[in-house]
Design a protein around this ligand. Structure first.
Ligand code: S3P
Length: 433
């Protein structure tokens, strides 16, 4: 089990490019595999999660070649996958398991999906239920992985009200809908990331969105395309917060995806008084990109608006570090989903903040954080093998006078394999041992 030792640093500078978007990288492999023709991808995230998806499709007979961040997918069409001879191991990746379930529910063959210790604890009932309504047959371990998906079922379209605002569940149902008879619709309680819809349109498969209702009709075909994956705003978020809290900071993050369903972190940091400037907006392959300059900021505590929660769902560990460095109290409620991510991100962050002397109150569906000063850590921070917890506490070192030790940082490579190198190139002082 590896750990970070983060020595204090107080400056952050430079022009940085973070790796490709994880959500988009997963979807490139899935849709490229199901398309007719050859899909070329550049900027692919070489993180373990996206690679788990890539390997799963290789095991289902898809020829996929990769040279660093360039991937060529020889699509087999919607009905061209073949039965894998082993269970598909999706590692730490909830996105892989939930989205692939939608595809596998409609195949002619049986499959089994497994994951690591963390993924094996995550709720899958949220995808099993709508898929069962469509006619799928899936066995689980009381709603958790492993999933055994029985092939040979014919699926019917549904009009599904999402019980939680989840892009993974929406995407799972839409992917199953590609195979279902009739029009499948998903109704979202709040807008969630729309990469599946955008990318399906990019593969010439029509998806219609009216307000929070998203529909497609089964029985069509996907046509291969070229995809350039933009930088992941969820990885960029660590550097946004880092630059806001560092006493002397001026950085620019290049080519970051600013899809409006992902930009909650920018809005939240700006509401807190963060000094962020978005420029050079451009569109590439149906996704918006921009360069983002961030300078040291005097942050204020806020009440986080409810509608921004799904738009910043992965960024809360980093936002909690911003809140710890703000003047006054930050309050987050309506965010129960954070308890079922790669770890219970409310409790695990609260435990780490306690070790750094930051006053906080854990709520059932959120947290209250009183901004303050990081004191000498009263122990080692446990990340519970959650990549985003590890990186969040690493950036706290920009406001610390003492080294911070963070245990269990191995999973940083699921989403941000060069985090340590990039952080150090910008002025941080991190070692992984
Ligand atoms: C993702 C959706 C989100 C997010 C996850 C990636 C996706 O999960 O937390 O990291 O790619 O669709 P939920 O759909 O569970 O909110």
């Amino acid at each position: 089990m590896s750990k970070f030792i983060a020595q204090p640093a107080n400056t952050l500078s430079g022009t940085l490019k973070v790796p490709g978007d994880k959500s988009i990288s997963h979807r490139c492999i899935m849709l490229g595999s199901l398309a007719n023709g050859v899909t070329e991808v550049s900027g692919f995230l070489q993180g373990e999660d996206a690679l788990a998806t890539l390997k799963a499709f290789q095991l289902m007979g898809v020829k996929i070649e990769r040279q660093e961040d360039k991937v060529t997918i020889h699509g087999v069409g919607l009905h061209g996958l073949s039965q894998p001879h082993v269970p598909l191991d999706l590692g730490n990746s909830g996105t892989s398991m939930r989205l692939i379930s939608g595809i596998l529910a409609a195949q002619a063959f049986d499959t089994e999906l497994v994951g690591d210790v963390s993924l094996s604890q995550r709720p899958m009932g949220r995808v099993i239920n709508p898929l069962a309504e469509m006619g799928a047959v899936i066995e689980s371990n009381a709603g958790k992985p492993p999933l055994k998906i029985r092939g040979g079922q014919s699926l019917v379209a549904i009009d599904y009200d999402l019980p939680v605002a989840s892009a993974q569940v929406k995407s799972c149902v839409l992917l199953a809908g590609l195979y279902a008879q009739g029009q499948t619709c998903v109704n979202e309680p709040e807008t969630t990331r729309d990469h599946t819809e955008r990318m399906l349109n990019g593969f010439d498969y029509p998806v219609h969105t009216h307000a929070k209702k998203i529909c497609l009709t089964g029985g069509g075909a996907l046509t291969a395309t070229k995809i350039q994956v933009p930088s992941d705003i969820s990885s960029a978020a660590f550097f946004m917060v880092a630059a806001c809290i560092a006493p002397q900071a001026d950085i620019t993050l290049m080519g970051v995806n600013i899809n409006p369903t992902r930009t909650g972190v920018i809005d939240i940091l700006q509401l807190m008084g963060g000094n962020l400037t978005v420029s050079n907006e451009r569109e590439i392959g149906g996704e918006l990109l921009a360069d983002i300059r961030i300078q040291s900021s005097d942050l204020q505590g806020i009440k986080i608006p409810k509608n921004l929660i799904p738009l910043a769902i992965d960024e809360f560990p980093a936002i909690f570090i911003a809140a710890s460095c703000a003047i006054g109290e930050t309050v987050l409620t309506n965010a129960k989903e954070l308890r079922v991510k790669e770890s219970d991100r409310i409790q695990v962050m609260a435990d780490g903040l306690n070790i750094l002397g930051i006053e906080n109150t854990v709520l059932e569906d959120g947290i209250k954080i009183q901004g303050g000063v990081f004191s000498k850590p009263s122990g080692t921070i446990e990340s519970h093998h959650d990549h985003r917890i590890s990186m969040s506490f690493a950036i706290a070192s920009l406001r610390c006078k003492h080294a911070i030790e963070i245990n269990g940082v191995d999973n940083v490579k699921t989403s941000f394999p060069n985090f340590v190198a990039l952080a150090n190139s910008a002025g941080m002082n991190l070692v992984e041992i």
